[in-house]
Design a protein around this ligand. Structure first.
Ligand SMILES: Nc1ncnc2c1ncn2[C@@H]1O[C@H](COP(=O)(O)OP(=O)(O)OP(=O)(O)O)[C@@H](O)[C@H]1O
Length: 349
């Protein structure tokens, strides 16, 4: 049986529209105009124990709303959710024993008190035995390198230090599942890497199931074997990131450095006329961006080498960041590969 089961879940928020004009506020108070926002629209998925899943989507897609429903903070407007066999919104307390949550933008630590006081409170709230509490505290403080922070008031910690303390707080009660909403947001490269290493370890060694929302593609490449993409409240992809890369990353860039600026200019004019190719020139450097499905790499390279004799050549595939942004913009239907298939089908007919 899957550890998390989400079946045709919807969430509709009702908001009040503020009227414009001098008396708008008064009129809104007397007869408020209501509007519905559909944040999540019939989503279904299941997650097995030990999986590490990325939950991606552009701003406002419905990621946080889904996590809030999975943790019981919000009640679904329709459909059903079971987390470790429990509907979270109906039995939030029982469900919380199985689940740890980290919200990158919000804290579950008490701001004015030392970090350790929040941990003691969590021990009490979750009725964690002293033995388990002391064992987890010792193990996690060591790995996360936060021993020296335990007596410091939370408000005095840097963002990176606080995030490490937050993650520790979420795991003190040995949950089977960890929901992470943007756990590396705003952190520097070193702090991000530290947190990723820890999350990866608890998934691998303790079998903690992960569901993670992020806008940082390095989080996913490092941590998640499965990626779900949500857009406008609907699940548009559920599979591996590798599949997306293999099937949708069709853009590539060639960077050529020439001996003379006018050679770069001349080459740019020639390549700009090719189908699916765009060019950029900066002094000696020419960047050719092209769709591998429309233009053969060997053809471009041959032309460059034979005719323009560049000093240096490098090639770069479309970054995962750029790829995912393109999917957000154009959807999976808009991928060059799909377009090409459509074109070919069109040609056959
Ligand atoms: N309490 C609320 N009341 C009304 N609308 C809401 C509420 N919470 C979220 N929404 C709306 O629901 C939609 C989904 O929001 P949600 O926060 O789930 O998106 P998200 O994918 O987490 O975005 P982001 O990446 O920006 O955090 C948005 O249109 C948002 O404005």
């Amino acid at each position: 049986m899957p550890l998390i089961e989400v079946n045709q879940v919807r969430k509709v928020f009702e908001t009040t529209v503020r009227r414009k004009g001098r008396f708008g506020m008064l009129s809104s108070l007397i007869s408020p105009e209501k509007r519905e926002v559909v944040a999540v629209e019939g989503i279904s998925f299941s997650i097995e124990k030990g999986e590490s899943v990325a939950y991606l989507g552009p701003n406002g897609a419905g990621k946080s709303t889904t996590i809030k429903m999975l943790t019981g903070i919000l009640e679904p407007s329709g459909g059903s959710i079971l987390v470790a066999g429990i509907p979270p919104h109906k039995n939030r307390k029982l469900s919380s024993y199985q689940v740890g949550v980290v919200f990158g933008q919000r804290s579950q630590l008490l701001f004015d008190l030392p970090v350790k006081d929040s941990y003691d409170l969590l021990r009490y709230m979750y009725s964690i035995s002293w033995e388990n509490y002391n064992r987890n505290l010792q193990e996690f403080t060591e790995i996360l390198e936060v021993e020296h922070l335990l007596e410091r008031p939370v408000r005095t910690l840097s963002l990176g230090q606080r995030m490490r303390c937050e993650i520790l707080a979420a795991l003190l009660h040995d949950p089977d599942i960890l929901f992470l909403d943007e756990p590396t947001i705003g952190l520097d490269v070193v702090a991000k890497e530290r947190i990723r290493a820890f999350i990866e370890k608890i998934n691998r060694e303790k079998g903690v199931t992960l569901l993670l929302t992020t806008h940082d593609m390095n989080d996913i490449e490092r941590l998640c074997h499965r990626t779900m993409i949500i857009d406008k409240g609907q699940l548009i992809y559920d599979g591996s990131l590798q599949y997306i890369k293999d099937n949708f990353a069709t853009e590539r860039q060639i960077r050529a450095v020439f001996h003379e600026p006018y050679t770069a200019e001349a080459a740019a004019k020639v390549f700009a006329n090719k189908l699916g190719v765009s060019v950029q020139v900066e002094e000696l450097v020419l960047r050719i961006t092209y769709d591998q499905n429309l233009t053969d790499t060997s053809e471009l390279l041959k032309l460059l080498l034979d005719k323009y004799n560049p000093r240096d050549l490098t090639m770069q595939d479309e970054s995962v960041d750029a790829l995912i942004s393109r999917i957000y913009r154009e959807g999976l239907e808009g991928s060059p590969k799909k377009q090409r298939q459509l074109t070919l089908e069109g040609a056959v007919n």
